[in-house]
Design a protein around this ligand. Structure first.
Ligand code: ATP
Ligand code: ZN
Length: 297
């Protein structure tokens, strides 16, 4: 491969991962010139370009060196590592990205009383993930037939071409609609940033490092919440003890109420209603949970 001074990221052209992936890259300060119906988007602000492709092609494009990075489901990346990538360079999951969450699961007809993987012995299982399914069956010590299908896996039991399926599940709605139910989970998946094991030795290595730093900042802020509340000095200790994670809270006086304090805390994740109710019981009032847009420490 000829050295390149621009970084190239492969992402899904049109599908579940497209909008959130573009949104994430935009938040990292990347902008692109081409319209989205084209295959190639030229990066304007930074020397980072996009290639818009089918998600299944992404790991191969990175392994061949056509692209440096890719945004793809862990399910697709792992399957490639097991089946498609033997001759190619192994790839790394550089960052989990927190969207496109789903599970790769075994689903069986509703009437089957599934208790353990051994019940799949000698049965036929339809899937688009023969690598991951085969690995799981081996680990369970189960000998079953793997029927590889490119799509519409969920109708295989109804058609009589398989006894069970191994497919992606999010809400489970598709399974119910096909009289199937989730029986076992093989893999928890989400979109990930995939890339080579080692940083490229040319300028792209520095660019990649810069992008990873921005990405970490964006992910951290996306998951942060600012919690504001009022408490009496008397309840402060009890309230503080219940605060979800994060650095030390900031305390401010409340004008005209020397006994009261305003507390501000940065929380590392979602703050649930239940947590709020507990903190309130400990003596807090006037509670607010705010999303954080940007952060510069
Ligand atoms: P194409 O091959 O044309 O790029 P696709 O049909 O294979 O598209 P999508 O259905 O858009 O792909 O799914 C892309 C990814 O979204 C999946 O690989 C998976 O990681 C994730 N995903 C999240 N929830 C689901 C779900 N319920 N069903 C399928 N994929 C899901
Ligand atoms: Zn696909």
């Amino acid at each position: 491969m000829k050295p390149r001074d621009r970084l190239r990221i492969a992402m899904q052209k049109s599908g579940r991962l497209t909008e959130p992936a573009l949104d994430l890259l935009t938040r990292c300060g990347l902008t692109f010139r081409q319209s989205r119906d084209k295959l190639f988007c030229f990066g304007e602000g930074e020397p980072v370009d996009l290639l818009l492709v089918r998600d299944d092609d992404i790991p191969g494009l990175i392994a061949q060196g056509v692209c440096d990075l890719g945004i793809v489901g862990r399910n697709v990346l792992s399957e490639f590592q097991l089946t498609g990538g033997r001759e190619a360079e192994p790839l790394a999951e550089l960052r989990p990205l927190g969207f496109g969450r789903c599970r790769l699961s075994i689903a069986v007809p509703q009437e089957l009383d599934y208790r353990e993987p051994r019940q799949l012995q000698g049965r036929r299982i339809a899937t688009s993930y023969p690598g991951l399914l085969g690995e799981w069956l081996r680990a369970q010590g189960v000998d079953a037939g793997v029927v590889t299908l490119a799509g519409s896996v969920e109708i295989a039991p109804k058609l009589g071409t398989a006894d069970a399926i191994c497919d992606l599940v999010q809400s489970g709605g598709t399974l119910v609609a096909n009289q199937l139910r989730e029986a076992d989970v093989l893999l928890q998946s989400e979109a990930v940033l995939a890339g080579p094991l080692a940083l490229p030795a040319d300028e792209r290595g520095d660019l990649l490092e810069l992008l990873l730093k921005r990405l970490d900042g964006v992910i951290q802020v996306r998951e942060s919440r600012l919690l504001l509340l009022q408490t009496s000095r008397h309840s402060l200790e009890a309230v503080t003890r219940l605060l979800p994670g994060g650095p030390q809270p900031t305390l401010l006086p409340v004008a005209g109420q020397p006994d009261q304090l305003m507390l501000q805390a940065l929380c590392a994740g979602e703050v649930s209603w239940r947590q709020l109710e507990e903190i309130k019981k400990a003596g807090a009032r006037e509670m607010f949970v705010l999303p954080v847009e940007k952060m510069l420490a």
